[in-house]
Write a protein that binds this ligand. Structure first.
Ligand code: HAM
Length: 430
């Protein structure tokens, strides 16, 4: 072990990032398993895109006036002087991949899902990190409002299989390039007389992106926008029909939801349906995830007009909700076998037995710290191994090993030759 040195710098993970330690990993793995299983049952296949992309993809895809592009991207020049950005979200990359690999030539829609890390330079707080994890799904190539409802169903199914309840599904429509400009004007008109009372951010939004004023968290802005124009009075026929049909599909799924005109989303690519899943238990950062339809994005990224829809969920927030609800499961059994051995000959036998057990699918470990036999037993007990094999002086002299079942303390002696078989029998049978 090294002696602490005063000159030695203590390294910490960068602000807004964190380690997920072995003791914390199980809920993450469980969430990933459930995510894969639910997504695949609905016909979504996994896609893995790069962690970084050309900056322009996000500028074009997410929108120049969004918070993400304006102030939250991790952007740098690579050694050849190209502008590169760590992905702040997954949708733009999936669309880029769809076009690059000519997936439009395949039977539509293309349905994919992803699980991965995203990067946003935000002010870290509970539930908000600079490196965070999302799972998400994208369905590209279909206008069908059933897709919008299917995405919500998949999302809610994953959350309910993870044991999360008390979640609220909020849905809305934000129209399309045909009807949204008129709605924007109506908001501007409605807020002009009270402009002076809007917060600084909303004042800026009034000219650039007035819809975003609707989801401002500032209580005074919320109050001022209470009676502002309603999107449903401004939707064009196509958007209205789409929303009605989407609602029918969502109704038949049995999912409880509310229509919430304040859901406008923070990314520019949305058209028609938008939605968020919210948990009151999360505090200020209450969105478990969100998504919607983006019928103009493929074209924006250089393809021909192609509809699409998707969602992404914040895995860090889901884990936070899960761990708040569930005490760690003490009953979980640990690895299968620890082989405690004393002396060089015994260690050789232990090493070989451990390898043979692992090859047969039984998890096995030995001591690497030169501990006494007693200390090895203590280590195995703390590590919650199911069986400990003892190779002490007595055993070696008799060409035998002692197998102890840790839960009961029951011990049996077996010959070296029969040791691996005996353990495989015990561990793989139960
Ligand atoms: P988003 O709303 O920006 O949408 O992010 C989705 C979810 O990711 C959020 O609801 C939140 O749970 C989580 N999240 C976002 N930022 C952070 C952060 N800094 N720390 C922890 N969690 C965070 C999108 O990303 C869209 N790409 C969703 C989508 C897919 N729309 C269509 N397809």
């Amino acid at each position: 072990m090294s002696v602490p040195d005063e000159r030695q710098k203590e390294f910490k993970a960068p602000r807004g990032t964190r380690d997920i330690l072995p003791a914390e990993i199980e809920p993450w793995r469980e969430l990933e398993r459930v995510c894969r299983s639910v997504m695949e049952a609905a016909g979504y296949l996994e896609i893995r895109t790069p962690i970084f992309e050309h900056t322009e993809l996000f500028q074009r895809g997410i929108g120049e006036t969004t918070d993400i592009v304006e102030k939250e991207m991790y952007t740098f020049l690579d050694r050849a002087g190209r502008s590169i950005t760590l992905r702040p979200e997954g949708t733009a990359s999936v669309v880029r991949s769809y076009l690059e690999h000519k997936m439009y030539a395949l039977p539509q829609p293309i349905k994919v899902y992803y699980i991965g890390r995203m990067y946003r330079y935000e002010r870290p707080q509970a539930g908000r990190y600079r490196e965070f994890r999302q799972f998400g799904a994208e369905a590209i190539g279909a206008q069908d409002p059933a897709i919008d409802a299917e995405l919500i169903d998949v999302f809610v199914e994953i959350l309910s299989r993870m044991g999360l309840k008390d979640l609220e599904v909020h849905v809305n429509s934000i129209g399309c390039p045909e009807c949204r400009p008129k709605y924007r004007d109506a908001i501007r008109e409605g807020l002009e007389p009270v402009m002076g009372r809007l917060c600084e951010d909303c004042l800026r939004r009034l000219t650039r992106n007035p819809l975003r004023i609707l989801d401002c968290k500032n209580p005074e802005c919320r109050d001022l926008t209470k009676n502002v124009a309603n999107i449903f009075d401004h939707l064009c026929d196509e958007c209205r029909d789409h929303f009605q049909s989407f609602s029918r599909f969502l109704d038949i799924s049995g999912i409880h939801y509310v229509v919430d005109p304040r859901i406008v989303r923070g990314l520019d690519y949305y058209t028609k349906t938008v939605f968020e899943v919210i948990s009151r238990d999360l505090g200020a950062q209450d969105a478990v995830g969100g998504g919607g339809r983006y019928d103009g994005l493929v074209e924006e990224c250089g393809g021909s007009p192609t509809p699409g829809a998707g969602f992404a969920a914040g895995m860090d927030r889901i884990i936070q909700l899960m761990t708040a609800r569930k005490a760690p499961d003490e009953g979980v059994s640990g690895p299968d076998v620890f082989i405690a051995a004393l002396g060089d000959d015994a260690r050789l036998i232990a090493f070989k037995a451990a390898i043979d057990l692992r090859r047969a699918g039984v998890s096995a470990d030995i001591d690497h710290m030169g501990r006494s036999l007693r200390a090895q037993m203590k280590f195995a007990d703390r590590g919650k191994f199911r069986y400990v094999v003892i190779l002490g002086e007595d055993e070696i002299a008799a060409n035998e090993a002692t197998i102890r079942e840790m839960a009961t303390g029951a011990q049996t002696r077996v010959s070296f030759d029969g040791l691996v078989e005996a353990l495989i029998g015990r561990c793989l049978r139960s």
